[in-house]
Design a protein around this ligand. Structure first.
Ligand SMILES: Cc1cc2nc3c(=O)[nH]c(=O)nc-3n(C[C@H](O)[C@H](O)[C@H](O)COP(=O)(O)OP(=O)(O)OC[C@H]3O[C@@H](n4cnc5c(N)ncnc54)[C@H](O)[C@@H]3O)c2cc1C
Length: 434
C-alpha cells in the first residue's frame, strides 16, 4: 500500500483500550467542578479532583481524547525549549524554580501515574533522542542540554557515530539523549485517566459542546444544546480546539497543524537498527520531524502540516520526504494510516495558566510538549482548586491577552508548513547538517 492509498484514520483509535462509558448531557447537572475539554489536561485534572473526593463533571464536544490527545505522537519529551535560567527570567524566581523542579520529575511522574492508576497504554520509558539538524542547532542544543544537566536532568550529548548508533538515523551528527523520555499510546492514556476519574465518581459526558458560560445566582452555568451544568468552579482545558466559550481565549495561541502517519510493521532486523530499544526521536527543525514505534512495530512519523486532514498531496509528500531524510533505509516503505491534529502554540512556546474570573481556570497552549506537560498542568489545576496558593504553582497565572492580528495570522496557517520547510532547507544549506 503506497502513501496515496494510506487510510485517512487515526491509528490510535484502532489500538486503544476501550472508551469509558459516557453519555450526552441532557437536563441539568450540579457539581463542584466542571471540566470543559476531555483531553489529557482535562482528564488529569478531573482525576486529581475525583481522587480528592470533589464532585466533578467533564464534558467533551466529541469524546474522550478526540482532540490532540488522541492524535498525538505520544512522545514524552520532558524538558522545555528554554534553559532553567530562561524559565526563571520569564516566570520569576518562585514559579521558575517550582517549574524547574516539576520539570525534572515530569516524565517519572507521568510513568509513575500510569503505574499507580494501572493505566493500560503501552507505556515505554526508553529515552528520547533530541537531534540537531544544523551546526547552529547543535550548539543551541548543547547549551540547553548542559543547562538542564547542571540542574539535575539525566541528559548526555551524543556526536558522530554515537547519534546513529542510538537512533538508527544517519541524518544527524549531534543529539541529546534524555534518559527520562519515552512514549505512550496517547488515546489509551487519556481514556485511562478518564476511566479512573469515573471510577472515583466523576461524571463523563461526550457529544456535549459547551456553547456558553455565565454567572447565575452565585454559580457558573455552562450550556450545551441539550443541557446545562452548574458548578462552583470551571476548568477550561480545550487547548487548540477552543471555541468562544470564554471570550478571547482562542486568540491567545495559534492552532498549528501536525501531520502524522503509521507505516506497515518493520521487520525485527529493521527494528534493531532503527530507534533501537524503542527510543524516540525528534529534531530541531521548525517543521519538527518526530518518530517512535507503536506496540506492533509500526513506525509512527510526524511533522508540521497544513490542514486538518492529510488529503493535500503536499502534506503527504512532506511526511514522506521527512521520513526519507531521517531514515533513508525506509524510503518507499508502505504507509498504513495518516491523520492530523491541532497544536496550540503560544508566542513563547510555553503553556498559559489563566484565571479570568473567580472560579474559572484555563490551562492552554502546550506548544507540542503536551504528553509530559499536560500532566504537570492537570496536577497544577487540580492543586489550585484544592487550595494550593497561586504562588506555589509551577506556572504563574497570566491574563488572557489575545495575539495581535490573530484572525489574519490564523488564515495564513496553511502556509506555515511550506514556509517552515523552506526555512529548514535553507538553514541546512547555509549552515550544513549537524
Ligand atoms: C499530531 C500531533 C502530534 C503530537 N505529538 C506530540 C508528541 O509526540 N509529544 C508531545 O508532548 N506532544 C505532542 N502533541 C501535542 C499534545 O498531543 C497536546 O499538547 C496535548 O494532547 C493537549 O492536550 P489537551 O488535553 O490540552 O487538549 P486536547 O487533547 O486537544 O483536548 C481538548 C478537548 O477540548 C474539547 N473541546 C473544545 N471546546 C469544547 C467545548 N466548548 N465544549 C466541550 N469540549 C470542548 C475538544 O473536543 C478536545 O477533545 C501532538 C499533537 C498533535 C496534534
Amino acid at each position: 500500500m503506497e502513501g496515496k492509498d494510506a487510510k485517512e484514520e487515526i491509528h490510535w483509535v484502532f489500538t486503544a483500550s476501550t472508551a469509558p462509558k459516557c453519555a450526552k448531557l441532557e437536563g441539568t447537572v450540579d457539581v463542584d467542578v466542571l471540566v470543559i475539554g476531555a483531553g489529557l489536561t482535562g482528564c488529569r485534572t478531573a482525576l486529581g479532583l475525583a481522587d480528592a473526593g470533589v464532585s466533578v463533571a467533564m464534558v467533551d464536544s466529541k469524546g474522550i481524547g478526540w482532540g490532540a490527545s488522541g492524535r498525538s505522537g505520544g512522545q514524552c519529551n520532558p524538558i522545555w525549549r528554554q534553559t532553567p535560567q530562561e524559565l526563571v527570567e520569564r516566570l520569576g524566581e518562585r514559579h521558575g524554580e517550582t517549574l524547574i523542579k516539576t520539570t525534572l520529575t515530569a516524565a517519572d511522574d507521568l510513568f509513575s501515574d500510569i503505574r499507580k492508576y494501572d493505566v493500560d497504554c503501552d507505556a515505554v520509558q526508553a529515552g528520547w533522542v533530541q537531534a540537531a539538524h544544523t551546526r547552529r542547532a547543535a550548539r543551541n542544543l548543547s547549551t540547553l542540554g548542559k543547562a538542564w544537566a547542571a540542574a539535575g536532568a539525566d541528559i548526555v550529548e551524543l556526536d558522530g557515530g554515537a547519534v546513529r548508533a542510538a537512533s538508527g538515523s544517519p541524518a544527524y551528527s549531534f543529539a541529546l539523549r534524555h534518559a527520562a523520555g519515552g512514549h505512550v499510546q496517547p488515546l489509551s492514556l487519556t481514556r485511562g485517566y478518564a476511566r479512573t476519574a469515573a471510577a472515583k465518581g466523576a461524571q463523563l459526558f461526550n457529544d456535549t459542546r459547551m456553547a456558553s458560560l455565565e454567572r447565575v445566582s452565585g454559580k457558573w452555568r455552562a450550556r450545551s444544546d441539550k443541557g446545562e451544568i452548574s458548578a462552583e468552579n470551571v476548568v477550561l482545558t480545550t487547548n487548540a480546539y477552543t471555541n468562544d466559550v470564554w471570550r478571547g481565549l482562542r486568540k491567545t495561541f495559534l492552532p498549528l497543524v501536525s501531520n502524522i502517519m503509521a507505516t506497515v510493521p518493520l521487520s525485527d532486523t529493521q527494528q534493531q537498527e532503527i530507534l533501537p530499544g524503542k527510543v524516540t526521536i525528534s529534531d530541531s527543525r521548525l517543521a519538527i520531524y518526530y518518530s517512535r514505534y507503536d506496540r506492533d512495530g509500526r513506525l509512527i512519523f510526524g511533522c508540521v502540516g497544513s490542514s486538518d486532514t492529510v488529503k493535500n498531496p503536499g502534506d503527504l509528500a512532506r511526511l514522506r520526504r521527512g521520513l526519507k531524510t531521517v531514515f533513508p533505509q525506509l524510503a518507499g516503505i508502505p504507509i498504513f494510516r495518516k491523520w492530523a491534529g491541532r497544536i496550540a502554540v503560544t508566542p513563547e512556546m510555553m503553556p498559559h495558566l489563566h484565571e479570568p474570573a473567580p472560579g474559572v481556570l484555563a490551562g492552554i497552549g502546550f506548544s507540542g510538549r503536551g504528553i509530559a506537560m499536560t500532566s504537570v498542568m492537570g496536577r497544577a489545576l487540580s492543586a489550585k482548586l484544592l487550595g494550593t496558593c497561586a504562588d506555589d504553582l509551577p506556572f504563574p497565572i497570566v491574563p488572557i491577552t489575545p495575539l495581535p492580528f490573530h484572525g489574519l495570522t490564523r488564515r495564513l496557517i496553511p502556509l506555515v508548513a511550506p514556509a517552515m520547510t523552506i526555512k529548514d532547507r535553507f538553514d541546512t544549506l547555509i549552515d550544513g547538517t549537524s
